[in-house]
Design a protein around this ligand. Sequence first.
Ligand SMILES: Cc1ncc(COP(=O)(O)O)c(C=O)c1O
Length: 366
Amino acid sequence: MKVKFSYLQEQFKDYQVYLERIAEVVKAGDYTLGKAVSDFEQRFATLLGAKYGVGVNSGTDALILSLKAIGVGPGDEVITTPNTFIATVGAIVAAGARPVFVDCTEEYVIDPDLIESAITSHTKAIMPVHYAGVPADMDKIMPMAHRHGLPVIEDSCQAIQGALNGKCTGTFGLTGAFSLHPLKNLNVWGDSGIIVTDSEQMRDRLRLLRNHGLQNRDEVVIFGYNSRLDTVQAAVGNQLIQEIDWITATRIKWANKLDQALRELPDAITVPERRPHKRYVHHLYMVQAKDRDQLLAFLQDRGIEAKVHYPIPLHLQRAAYRLGYKEGDFPVAESQARSIITLPVHQHLEEPHIDYMVDNIREFYQ
Ligand SMILES: Cc1ncc(COP(=O)(O)O)c(C=O)c1O
Protein backbone atom coordinates (compact mmCIF):
# COMPACT_ATOMS: atom_id res chain seq x y z
CA MET A 1 0.00 0.00 0.00
CA LYS A 2 1.12 3.59 -0.63
CA VAL A 3 0.42 6.37 1.87
CA LYS A 4 1.14 9.58 0.01
CA PHE A 5 2.10 12.84 1.66
CA SER A 6 0.85 14.96 -1.24
CA TYR A 7 -2.82 14.89 -2.10
CA LEU A 8 -2.99 17.62 -4.72
CA GLN A 9 -4.15 15.40 -7.57
CA GLU A 10 -7.08 14.12 -5.50
CA GLN A 11 -7.86 17.57 -4.10
CA PHE A 12 -8.48 19.09 -7.52
CA LYS A 13 -9.64 15.96 -9.36
CA ASP A 14 -12.94 17.67 -10.19
CA TYR A 15 -11.21 20.74 -11.53
CA GLN A 16 -14.00 21.74 -13.93
CA VAL A 17 -15.83 23.69 -11.26
CA TYR A 18 -12.63 25.67 -10.54
CA LEU A 19 -12.13 26.36 -14.24
CA GLU A 20 -15.66 27.73 -14.41
CA ARG A 21 -14.85 30.19 -11.62
CA ILE A 22 -11.65 31.22 -13.41
CA ALA A 23 -13.62 31.62 -16.66
CA GLU A 24 -15.77 34.24 -14.90
CA VAL A 25 -12.63 36.25 -14.13
CA VAL A 26 -11.44 35.93 -17.73
CA LYS A 27 -14.83 36.85 -19.23
CA ALA A 28 -14.97 39.97 -17.07
CA GLY A 29 -11.27 40.83 -17.68
CA ASP A 30 -11.23 41.36 -13.92
CA TYR A 31 -7.61 40.37 -13.19
CA THR A 32 -6.20 42.92 -10.74
CA LEU A 33 -7.82 43.09 -7.29
CA GLY A 34 -10.98 41.80 -8.94
CA LYS A 35 -14.31 40.95 -7.35
CA ALA A 36 -13.13 37.42 -6.49
CA VAL A 37 -10.46 38.97 -4.23
CA SER A 38 -12.88 41.05 -2.16
CA ASP A 39 -15.30 38.08 -2.02
CA PHE A 40 -12.52 35.83 -0.73
CA GLU A 41 -11.33 38.41 1.81
CA GLN A 42 -14.85 38.66 3.16
CA ARG A 43 -15.38 34.89 3.27
CA PHE A 44 -12.05 34.20 4.92
CA ALA A 45 -12.48 36.89 7.59
CA THR A 46 -16.02 35.67 8.36
CA LEU A 47 -14.84 32.06 8.61
CA LEU A 48 -12.32 33.03 11.28
CA GLY A 49 -14.46 35.59 13.07
CA ALA A 50 -12.18 38.49 12.11
CA LYS A 51 -13.39 41.88 10.91
CA TYR A 52 -11.19 42.27 7.83
CA GLY A 53 -9.16 40.21 5.39
CA VAL A 54 -6.46 41.64 3.14
CA GLY A 55 -5.36 39.30 0.34
CA VAL A 56 -1.65 39.30 -0.52
CA ASN A 57 0.55 37.20 -2.76
CA SER A 58 2.00 34.79 -0.16
CA GLY A 59 2.11 33.89 3.52
CA THR A 60 5.62 35.32 3.60
CA ASP A 61 4.33 38.68 2.33
CA ALA A 62 1.48 38.51 4.86
CA LEU A 63 4.20 38.51 7.55
CA ILE A 64 6.49 41.09 5.92
CA LEU A 65 3.65 43.54 5.23
CA SER A 66 2.31 43.12 8.78
CA LEU A 67 5.76 43.99 10.15
CA LYS A 68 6.16 46.92 7.75
CA ALA A 69 2.69 48.20 8.65
CA ILE A 70 3.73 48.61 12.28
CA GLY A 71 6.99 50.30 11.30
CA VAL A 72 9.41 47.45 11.99
CA GLY A 73 12.80 48.16 10.44
CA PRO A 74 16.57 48.21 10.98
CA GLY A 75 17.64 48.20 14.63
CA ASP A 76 14.43 46.49 15.78
CA GLU A 77 14.06 43.01 17.23
CA VAL A 78 11.18 40.59 16.72
CA ILE A 79 10.77 37.64 19.06
CA THR A 80 9.92 34.26 17.58
CA THR A 81 10.88 30.59 17.83
CA PRO A 82 13.52 28.54 15.97
CA ASN A 83 10.94 25.78 15.55
CA THR A 84 9.24 27.01 12.39
CA PHE A 85 9.47 27.11 8.62
CA ILE A 86 12.21 29.48 7.40
CA ALA A 87 9.67 32.02 6.07
CA THR A 88 8.84 33.28 9.59
CA VAL A 89 12.43 34.25 10.22
CA GLY A 90 13.09 35.32 6.63
CA ALA A 91 10.17 37.75 6.89
CA ILE A 92 11.65 39.39 9.99
CA VAL A 93 15.00 39.78 8.23
CA ALA A 94 13.32 41.04 5.04
CA ALA A 95 11.62 43.74 7.13
CA GLY A 96 15.11 44.83 8.22
CA ALA A 97 14.86 43.57 11.82
CA ARG A 98 16.73 41.00 13.88
CA PRO A 99 14.99 37.74 14.81
CA VAL A 100 15.35 36.90 18.52
CA PHE A 101 14.61 33.27 19.30
CA VAL A 102 13.13 31.67 22.38
CA ASP A 103 12.74 27.94 22.85
CA CYS A 104 9.52 25.99 22.31
CA THR A 105 7.29 23.78 24.44
CA GLU A 106 6.68 20.05 24.22
CA GLU A 107 3.84 21.02 21.84
CA TYR A 108 6.40 22.46 19.35
CA VAL A 109 5.22 26.08 19.77
CA ILE A 110 6.90 29.11 21.37
CA ASP A 111 7.26 28.76 25.14
CA PRO A 112 5.23 31.67 26.55
CA ASP A 113 7.13 31.60 29.84
CA LEU A 114 10.43 32.37 28.09
CA ILE A 115 9.30 35.35 26.02
CA GLU A 116 9.43 38.01 28.72
CA SER A 117 13.13 37.54 29.43
CA ALA A 118 13.91 37.98 25.71
CA ILE A 119 12.28 41.44 25.57
CA THR A 120 14.75 44.35 25.26
CA SER A 121 14.42 48.06 24.53
CA HIS A 122 14.75 47.11 20.82
CA THR A 123 11.86 44.64 20.78
CA LYS A 124 9.23 45.85 18.34
CA ALA A 125 6.91 42.84 18.05
CA ILE A 126 6.26 39.24 19.07
CA MET A 127 5.64 36.68 16.34
CA PRO A 128 4.28 33.38 17.70
CA VAL A 129 3.90 30.57 15.17
CA HIS A 130 0.97 28.15 15.33
CA TYR A 131 3.38 25.56 14.12
CA ALA A 132 2.06 22.37 12.52
CA GLY A 133 -1.48 23.55 13.31
CA VAL A 134 -0.83 23.60 17.08
CA PRO A 135 -2.22 26.81 18.58
CA ALA A 136 0.48 28.74 20.46
CA ASP A 137 -0.48 29.76 24.01
CA MET A 138 -2.13 33.05 23.09
CA ASP A 139 -3.97 33.13 26.42
CA LYS A 140 -0.56 33.72 28.07
CA ILE A 141 1.14 35.64 25.26
CA MET A 142 -1.49 38.35 24.74
CA PRO A 143 -1.68 39.66 28.35
CA MET A 144 2.12 39.67 28.53
CA ALA A 145 2.41 41.53 25.21
CA HIS A 146 -0.15 44.10 26.39
CA ARG A 147 1.80 44.64 29.61
CA HIS A 148 4.84 45.52 27.52
CA GLY A 149 2.89 47.48 24.89
CA LEU A 150 4.12 45.12 22.15
CA PRO A 151 2.09 44.24 19.05
CA VAL A 152 1.63 40.55 18.26
CA ILE A 153 1.80 39.37 14.64
CA GLU A 154 0.61 35.75 14.49
CA ASP A 155 2.19 33.40 11.99
CA SER A 156 -0.90 31.30 11.40
CA CYS A 157 0.24 30.07 7.99
CA GLN A 158 -0.10 26.43 9.11
CA ALA A 159 -3.17 26.82 11.28
CA ILE A 160 -6.35 27.72 9.45
CA GLN A 161 -9.27 26.98 11.81
CA GLY A 162 -6.98 26.28 14.78
CA ALA A 163 -8.50 27.73 17.96
CA LEU A 164 -8.09 28.37 21.69
CA ASN A 165 -11.26 28.35 23.73
CA GLY A 166 -13.21 28.62 20.45
CA LYS A 167 -11.36 31.71 19.19
CA CYS A 168 -9.47 31.16 15.95
CA THR A 169 -5.71 31.36 15.68
CA GLY A 170 -4.76 34.47 13.75
CA THR A 171 -7.42 36.61 15.45
CA PHE A 172 -5.67 37.26 18.79
CA GLY A 173 -2.89 39.55 17.63
CA LEU A 174 -2.92 42.82 15.72
CA THR A 175 -2.73 40.74 12.56
CA GLY A 176 -2.76 37.05 11.66
CA ALA A 177 -0.88 35.84 8.57
CA PHE A 178 -2.09 32.88 6.49
CA SER A 179 -0.60 31.05 3.53
CA LEU A 180 -2.68 29.53 0.73
CA HIS A 181 0.33 27.76 -0.79
CA PRO A 182 -0.49 24.41 -2.50
CA LEU A 183 0.85 22.48 0.52
CA LYS A 184 -1.41 24.26 3.03
CA ASN A 185 -4.75 22.96 4.36
CA LEU A 186 -6.64 25.58 2.31
CA ASN A 187 -4.63 25.67 -0.88
CA VAL A 188 -4.89 27.42 -4.21
CA TRP A 189 -3.11 26.86 -7.53
CA GLY A 190 0.05 28.80 -6.77
CA ASP A 191 1.33 31.27 -4.21
CA SER A 192 -1.16 33.34 -2.24
CA GLY A 193 -1.75 34.57 1.27
CA ILE A 194 -4.12 36.60 3.39
CA ILE A 195 -3.89 38.77 6.50
CA VAL A 196 -6.75 39.08 8.99
CA THR A 197 -7.14 41.97 11.41
CA ASP A 198 -9.79 43.69 13.50
CA SER A 199 -8.07 47.05 13.12
CA GLU A 200 -9.48 49.34 10.42
CA GLN A 201 -6.24 51.32 10.51
CA MET A 202 -4.15 48.19 9.86
CA ARG A 203 -6.52 47.08 7.11
CA ASP A 204 -6.13 50.42 5.34
CA ARG A 205 -2.35 50.47 5.72
CA LEU A 206 -2.01 46.87 4.51
CA ARG A 207 -4.18 47.64 1.49
CA LEU A 208 -1.87 50.51 0.62
CA LEU A 209 1.31 48.50 1.21
CA ARG A 210 0.21 45.63 -1.02
CA ASN A 211 -0.61 47.96 -3.90
CA HIS A 212 2.27 50.44 -4.30
CA GLY A 213 0.83 52.80 -1.68
CA LEU A 214 -1.79 53.87 -4.21
CA GLN A 215 -4.81 55.58 -2.70
CA ASN A 216 -6.38 55.77 -6.13
CA ARG A 217 -5.12 55.54 -9.70
CA ASP A 218 -3.12 58.76 -9.49
CA GLU A 219 -2.19 59.37 -5.84
CA VAL A 220 0.54 57.56 -3.90
CA VAL A 221 0.43 58.14 -0.15
CA ILE A 222 3.25 55.82 1.02
CA PHE A 223 5.89 53.74 -0.76
CA GLY A 224 4.62 50.20 -0.99
CA TYR A 225 5.00 46.98 -2.95
CA ASN A 226 3.21 44.84 -5.47
CA SER A 227 1.86 42.07 -3.26
CA ARG A 228 -1.72 41.70 -4.41
CA LEU A 229 -3.65 38.46 -4.08
CA ASP A 230 -4.06 37.27 -7.66
CA THR A 231 -7.71 37.28 -8.72
CA VAL A 232 -7.41 33.88 -10.43
CA GLN A 233 -6.11 32.36 -7.18
CA ALA A 234 -8.87 34.06 -5.20
CA ALA A 235 -11.39 32.40 -7.56
CA VAL A 236 -9.87 29.01 -6.65
CA GLY A 237 -9.98 29.95 -2.97
CA ASN A 238 -13.65 30.93 -3.17
CA GLN A 239 -14.48 27.44 -4.39
CA LEU A 240 -12.31 25.43 -1.98
CA ILE A 241 -13.16 27.44 1.12
CA GLN A 242 -16.59 25.80 0.97
CA GLU A 243 -14.87 22.51 1.86
CA ILE A 244 -12.68 23.75 4.70
CA ASP A 245 -14.87 22.38 7.52
CA TRP A 246 -14.65 18.90 6.01
CA ILE A 247 -10.90 19.24 5.40
CA THR A 248 -10.25 20.30 8.99
CA ALA A 249 -12.59 17.69 10.51
CA THR A 250 -11.03 14.85 8.49
CA ARG A 251 -7.51 15.78 9.52
CA ILE A 252 -8.58 15.94 13.16
CA LYS A 253 -10.29 12.54 12.84
CA TRP A 254 -7.15 10.84 11.47
CA ALA A 255 -4.89 12.57 13.98
CA ASN A 256 -7.08 11.44 16.88
CA LYS A 257 -6.96 7.88 15.62
CA LEU A 258 -3.17 8.00 15.32
CA ASP A 259 -2.86 9.63 18.77
CA GLN A 260 -4.84 6.84 20.34
CA ALA A 261 -2.91 4.03 18.65
CA LEU A 262 0.56 5.54 19.11
CA ARG A 263 -0.02 6.25 22.81
CA GLU A 264 0.04 2.48 23.19
CA LEU A 265 3.78 2.61 22.38
CA PRO A 266 4.95 4.97 25.16
CA ASP A 267 8.53 3.65 25.22
CA ALA A 268 8.96 4.37 21.52
CA ILE A 269 6.65 7.23 20.53
CA THR A 270 5.90 10.47 22.39
CA VAL A 271 2.57 11.94 21.38
CA PRO A 272 2.33 15.53 22.65
CA GLU A 273 -0.31 16.23 25.25
CA ARG A 274 -3.54 17.46 23.60
CA ARG A 275 -5.08 20.16 25.73
CA PRO A 276 -8.87 20.38 25.79
CA HIS A 277 -9.10 24.16 25.24
CA LYS A 278 -7.15 23.93 21.99
CA ARG A 279 -8.30 22.93 18.54
CA TYR A 280 -5.35 21.29 16.78
CA VAL A 281 -5.76 21.33 13.01
CA HIS A 282 -2.81 19.08 12.16
CA HIS A 283 -1.30 20.78 9.18
CA LEU A 284 1.58 18.46 10.08
CA TYR A 285 1.04 15.44 12.32
CA MET A 286 4.25 15.24 14.33
CA VAL A 287 5.30 12.89 17.12
CA GLN A 288 8.71 12.16 18.62
CA ALA A 289 10.12 8.73 17.86
CA LYS A 290 12.91 6.62 19.28
CA ASP A 291 15.43 5.69 16.54
CA ARG A 292 13.73 8.24 14.32
CA ASP A 293 16.01 7.94 11.31
CA GLN A 294 15.67 4.14 11.19
CA LEU A 295 11.90 4.39 11.61
CA LEU A 296 11.74 6.97 8.81
CA ALA A 297 13.69 4.72 6.43
CA PHE A 298 11.55 1.70 7.42
CA LEU A 299 8.28 3.53 6.78
CA GLN A 300 9.46 5.00 3.49
CA ASP A 301 10.51 1.53 2.42
CA ARG A 302 6.96 0.35 3.12
CA GLY A 303 5.48 3.07 0.90
CA ILE A 304 4.61 5.50 3.70
CA GLU A 305 5.75 9.01 2.83
CA ALA A 306 6.79 10.08 6.33
CA LYS A 307 9.00 13.18 6.58
CA VAL A 308 10.93 15.29 9.07
CA HIS A 309 9.94 18.92 9.72
CA TYR A 310 12.80 19.83 10.18
CA PRO A 311 16.08 18.08 10.95
CA ILE A 312 17.99 21.37 11.51
CA PRO A 313 16.43 24.00 13.79
CA LEU A 314 16.62 27.50 12.37
CA HIS A 315 19.18 28.97 14.75
CA LEU A 316 21.66 26.32 13.52
CA GLN A 317 21.09 26.96 9.81
CA ARG A 318 23.93 28.56 7.89
CA ALA A 319 21.73 31.56 7.04
CA ALA A 320 21.39 32.30 10.77
CA TYR A 321 25.15 32.27 11.44
CA ARG A 322 25.37 36.03 11.93
CA LEU A 323 22.68 35.93 14.63
CA GLY A 324 25.32 34.34 16.85
CA TYR A 325 23.39 31.38 18.23
CA LYS A 326 25.04 28.04 18.92
CA GLU A 327 24.14 24.44 19.64
CA GLY A 328 22.65 24.08 23.11
CA ASP A 329 20.92 27.50 23.08
CA PHE A 330 17.45 26.01 22.54
CA PRO A 331 17.53 22.48 23.93
CA VAL A 332 13.86 21.65 23.43
CA ALA A 333 13.82 22.67 19.75
CA GLU A 334 17.13 20.87 19.20
CA SER A 335 15.99 17.66 20.83
CA GLN A 336 12.75 17.75 18.81
CA ALA A 337 14.74 18.21 15.58
CA ARG A 338 16.52 14.95 16.41
CA SER A 339 13.41 12.93 17.20
CA ILE A 340 10.45 14.39 15.33
CA ILE A 341 8.71 12.50 12.55
CA THR A 342 5.76 13.69 10.43
CA LEU A 343 3.12 11.20 9.30
CA PRO A 344 0.53 11.90 6.58
CA VAL A 345 -2.94 12.79 7.98
CA HIS A 346 -4.51 14.59 5.06
CA GLN A 347 -8.16 14.59 4.11
CA HIS A 348 -7.78 12.23 1.17
CA LEU A 349 -6.56 9.30 3.25
CA GLU A 350 -8.88 6.45 4.19
CA GLU A 351 -9.05 4.41 7.39
CA PRO A 352 -6.90 1.53 5.96
CA HIS A 353 -4.06 4.03 5.34
CA ILE A 354 -4.06 5.00 9.01
CA ASP A 355 -4.20 1.34 10.12
CA TYR A 356 -1.34 0.50 7.75
CA MET A 357 0.85 3.24 9.25
CA VAL A 358 0.11 2.07 12.80
CA ASP A 359 0.76 -1.59 11.92
CA ASN A 360 4.12 -0.71 10.38
CA ILE A 361 5.20 1.45 13.31
CA ARG A 362 4.27 -1.40 15.70
CA GLU A 363 6.19 -3.86 13.56
CA PHE A 364 9.26 -1.62 13.51
CA TYR A 365 9.43 -1.45 17.30
CA GLN A 366 8.76 -5.17 17.74
C1 LIG B 1 5.03 28.71 9.45
C2 LIG B 1 5.04 29.31 8.08
N1 LIG B 1 5.21 30.64 7.96
C3 LIG B 1 5.20 31.24 6.76
C4 LIG B 1 5.02 30.52 5.60
C5 LIG B 1 5.11 31.24 4.29
O1 LIG B 1 4.03 31.02 3.46
P1 LIG B 1 4.22 31.10 1.86
O2 LIG B 1 4.89 29.85 1.43
O3 LIG B 1 2.82 31.23 1.36
O4 LIG B 1 5.03 32.32 1.57
C6 LIG B 1 4.83 29.15 5.68
C7 LIG B 1 4.55 28.32 4.48
O5 LIG B 1 5.27 27.83 3.76
C8 LIG B 1 4.86 28.52 6.94
O6 LIG B 1 4.72 27.19 7.05
